[in-house]
Design a protein around this ligand. Structure first.
Ligand code: SF4
Length: 362
């Protein structure tokens, strides 16, 4: 990256240029860990991780002067130390996602040349003929949002192997690339002095992350038999429970599906607790909206055709390929055998409806 303003480096502290800046102008590791002058940066590093965990957000930098920007870069370094010492995969995933989202949020407001320079360093080279962004389809596919129709190559404009993109889309790709990079980098193999300095705070944050996860740990889903789920719903549930992000359309589908099977809202919420972007209030709002608690409208899961359009019909099996298979609920009922899985049918959601409100005529 050629723009080396300290303010820019504080915004994107993962850049090589930021490391160079810290090496030239910053403290040694020993000074960073022990010197009273850097106590603020160490504390800000801890707070950065805490903000990611508790608020689901890492704020953009508020620095103007060079030394303030340096402190911001040091806080980033300390935050990485903290998650590495904590050794909690859930905390690391959440922190990584929030750092990546922070960078993407700021990039969206940058001039295109800054976006291009940051993308270049993240392994996403772009060309900018006539003001637009062009990216080769290979890196595009590597970092495109999976299982979402709008990200499929078939729904993009291609010019001789290059995908035409707007700035928000490029920034989203940068976010995914950055997250992938953090996933490979973290946790860092930190030396003992780093462990000593951050042990207490790291333990407290790990305990908090574990407690949050425990509170919503899915135990069982009542009488529902997961082995009778269609491949699409098994995949969505497993993805959510593994702590991976599920696309919005997928969340809607699995929430409505579980609700149709009679799984209580509180149990449905637990399925999403491991997601790195899990926020109790936001998830509760979404679940209660779909299940009709707050909206007054109970939605049913989308039918197979809509699931395919969303790109979330996952590895259909031989039962899925039967010509009459039109809905995930139908799949479940067939698997359960005669007279089973009746609750949805009783509510008029068994086969015919398609992501619509039960009984609402929508
Ligand atoms: S065919 Fe239908 S039930 Fe089977 S995986 Fe696809 S969406 Fe799910």
């Amino acid at each position: 990256m050629t723009a080396v303003e300290p303010r820019a480096l504080a915004s994107y502290p993962f850049l090589r240029e930021a490391s160079r800046f810290v090496k030239e102008r910053g403290p040694t590791l020993e000074e960073l860990l022990r010197d009273i002058a850097y106590a603020g940066a160490r504390g800000a590093g801890v707070e950065r991780v805490r903000a990611a965990l508790e608020r689901g957000r890492v704020d953009p930098p508020a620095c103007r002067l060079d030394h303030e920007c340096l402190a911001e870069m040091l806080a980033y370094i300390c935050a990485r130390f903290v998650v590495s010492v904590a050794g909690s995969p859930a905390l690391t995933r959440r922190y990584s996602l929030m750092e990546a989202e922070r960078a993407a949020e700021m990039l969206r407001l940058e001039p295109p040349e800054t976006v291009a320079a940051v993308c270049e360093e993240l392994g996403l080279p772009v060309e900018r003929p006539g003001g637009m962004f062009l990216m080769h389809f290979a890196p595009y596919l590597r970092f495109a949002v999976p299982n979402q129709a709008e990200w499929k190559l078939i729904n993009r404009r291609l010019r001789r192997g290059m995908v035409e993109l707007d700035q928000p889309t490029v920034c989203r790709l940068a976010q995914n690339a950055l997250r992938a990079r953090f996933d490979t980098e973290l946790p860092l193999a930190v030396p003992d002095p780093v462990k000593e300095v951050f042990a207490g705070e790291a333990r407290a944050l790990k305990n908090e992350a574990d407690a949050r996860l425990q509170k919503f740990q899915p135990k069982e889903l009542g009488k529902v038999r997961i082995m009778a789920f269609p491949p699409c719903m098994r995949h969505l549930l497993a993805t959510a429970q593994a702590g991976e992000n599920v696309p919005h359309s997928g969340r809607f589908a699995i929430v409505a599906f579980l609700h149709s099977l009679g799984v209580p809202s509180e149990e449905i919420m637990k399925a999403f607790a491991g997601s790195p972007d899990f926020q109790e209030d936001k998830t509760r709002y979404q679940v209660e909206h779909i299940t009709g608690v707050t909206s007054g409208t109970e939605y049913s899961a989308p039918g197979c055709e809509t699931m395919r359009t969303y790109g979330i019909c996952f590895e259909p099996d031989s039962l899925c390929r039967r010509e009459w298979m039109t809905h995930p609920m139908k799949y479940y009922r067939v698997k359960m055998g005669p007279g089973k899985g009746k609750r949805a049918e009783d509510r008029g959601q068994g086969t015919g409806t398609d992501g619509k409100a039960a009984g609402s005529g929508q």
